[in-house]
Write a protein that binds this ligand. Structure first.
Ligand code: PAF
Length: 278
């Protein structure tokens, strides 16, 4: 039976009890509106851990657009029903004033990896993520935390944060879960019209095509230009970025180091992001 906890002290005394018995604790941080991608993280945590906590908190400090925060779906009952199927031990769903009580002034900034791509398009976004993730680690005191590769840059920001600040948590990255047509699962997909939903998989298709061309020695600039043209032709309004980067730092590729192809593009008023290895 999944227990819903809303206050930090109750959560911490429960976790302390588990850890005193030598049980391993995993946390899956989420903002709710759960889909199969989140559930795959929870299932992996369930398989690895004695105890699993899923946090549900729509974090206001990571939204640079107040309209986006207002529109963000809040579906706690449906989320709880889905998590029962895993099952998880605890849903930690604190109210905003537990997380940001009056007088709260701190902010965590992870230099470098936070700056390009999503960081450039959404100023302050990763400071909000790094701050809330640091707090969620402190609140849950989990041994391991599970993050999806769908938000690749976020995963690298969190890895850098944990390494730089010696946070006592191990980060586990999990594969992106895709619909059968290739579209990466995201809470935002529900906002696509039927017509746009039919076009959306073109993003992954064109990224895969560009990655294939680059892998066999094609010029990256040409491959990315062809993919951008194909996205526009398919009906995407704007390609914010389509870039090959160093997989860990998100800076320019470094010879001999893993690379990643990352994209953000608008379709039907919805911003889609995706990434694949190169
Ligand atoms: O990936 C998300 O849903 C959020 O950015 C996270 C990690 C839960 C922090 O609010």
């Amino acid at each position: 039976m999944t227990r819903i906890i809303r206050d930090i002290a109750t959560l911490q005394s429960l976790v302390r009890g588990w850890q005193m018995q030598g049980q391993g604790v995993g946390v899956v941080p989420t903002m709710g509106a759960l889909h199969d991608g989140h559930l795959s993280l929870a299932r992996l945590a369930r398989a690895n851990e004695d105890r699993v906590i899923v946090t549900i908190f729509v974090n206001p400090t990571q939204f640079n657009d107040p309209g986006d925060l207002a529109k963000y779906p809040r579906t706690e009952q449906a989320d709880a029903a889905l998590l029962e199927t895993v099952p998880v031990d605890v849903i930690f769903a604190p109210p905003p004033d537990q997380v940001y009580p009056p007088g709260f002034t701190s902010r965590v900034h992870v230099g470098g990896v936070s700056d390009p791509l999503e960081g450039a398009m959404r100023p302050g976004h990763f400071d909000g993520v790094a701050t809330v993730v640091t707090k969620l680690f402190g609140m849950t005191r989990a041994d391991r935390a599970y993050f999806g590769e769908k938000d690749w840059q976020q995963l690298q920001v969190v890895r850098r944060l944990v390494a730089d600040l010696n946070l006592p948590v191990q980060i586990v990255g999990c594969d992106t879960v895709r619909e059968t047509d290739g579209l990466a699962m995201s809470s935002r997909n529900a906002r696509l019209s039927d017509a746009a939903r039919a076009v959306a998989p073109v993003l992954y298709r064109e990224m895969t095509r560009a990655a294939g061309a680059i892998a066999v020695g094609g010029d990256p600039g040409d491959a990315l230009m062809a993919a951008t043209d194909a996205l526009h032709a398919a009906g995407f309004d704007q390609v914010e970025y389509l870039a090959v980067r160093d997989a860990a730092s998100l800076g320019d590729p470094v010879p001999g180091q893993p690379r990643r192809l990352l994209a953000a593009a608008w379709l039907d008023g919805v911003r889609l992001i995706d990434n694949i290895p190169l």
